[in-house]
Design a protein. Structure first.
Lengths: 122, 122, 122, 122
């Protein structure tokens, strides 16, 4: 199952309901962040450790999978409408991030690339 | 390029930097929504029409692709850490949504499923 | 300094720049969530304990204060444009929440009101 | 009704339920963005024009007021826990923004300060 396959399924779902009129990139960005908010609600009061165990509760596990799916759905729709190749965009971003976060400087730290110890300020 | 392939690339990127310690589901949800915020910033003042044309500006196009990639990266990491099969989760959600939004009731309306005209209130 | 005073300052700031044209409620909601994303970025990799100490770093303290101010600014603008009395809305919501979360059922638990132990399912 | 008054009411509400244990800044940031997501959901499919009329529907008006109140509540809690003076933070940010967005350069444009026409690149 490829990204393009999933996008095709969503495209049909939307077309069958005549929803293209609502799927401007602006609206889809809002829908994506609204789903991100629902995902956040599941995790907001959990400790990091509890968040690692969230899938052991069947009700929470279904909620988490559904919210991940909702975020993915709007992300795929956005990329489809904007004609962005998501896999290519991700590969390109990984390459950029490998430069911003060289392994010797970034190992074991969560600092932003501009604040990495050993990195001269731009 | 499958979802699993992309997750494998990200897993290596993270392991090479000893970043697994930061990638609790709770933290990854926050990183996902922070990237959603950066995506939102690009679109916040655009009209819906302007949002359709955003990729015609090369600088904005790169920014959009990078932010979509960032959202995808954290979504893939989340699913990987939580051991959720994203493609399966999406197929399952599409099936649920087909029930919530039957084509005859949902066509041409952006109403929430519980508010669809013709839908009796639960 | 009242909420209305702060809204007045923001209204002048916007008027002096002829920015009312961009401040539809839809756009302001996006701006609010984009600022929420910047706030999230500061906290995403911190442990809960580290998040309690964030203001002890002067650089982070300024960043946090600036992001809180940005969220507040767009919240005040939204309420102003929508003519919602924020203080009254909050008092009303606190009253509703006191019913949803009675102290005897809600004490010491982060469960959602519909899942409170002792609460019959609606 | 001052910001400090509202914070006092929320502090009592939280203390009566023994919820301080959940209100780390990290968790409160997540709660704030989750509420921002609910606010976004109301507006996501509206046109900018429709968003201006949202309060004319009594059901939507109540929803909007409730969500604005929820965002405000977590913003006030965050500032309280972090001991940030919100009004002072906002005044300070307005002063910074007045420098970043001089009226002669910023009038009538939604460009980011670093992209303002007439602004030399930093």
């Amino acid at each position: 199952m490829t990204i393009a396959d999933l996008q095709g399924q969503l495209r049909s779902f939307v077309a069958e309901r005549d929803w293209e009129q609502f799927h401007s990139p602006k609206n889809l960005v809002m829908a994506l962040t609204a789903e991100g908010g629902e995902l956040t609600e599941i995790f907001q009061w959990l400790t990091p450790q509890q968040s690692l165990d969230v899938m052991s509760d069947p009700v929470a596990a279904t909620d988490v999978a559904d919210e991940l799916a909702d975020v993915l759905a709007y992300l795929l729709r956005l990329a489809d409408v904007l004609q962005v190749d998501l896999a290519e965009a991700l590969r390109s971003k990984i390459t950029k991030n490998a430069v911003k976060y060289p392994t010797d400087l970034a190992r074991g730290t969560a600092a932003k690339y501009s604040d990495l110890p050993g990195r001269e300020k731009a």
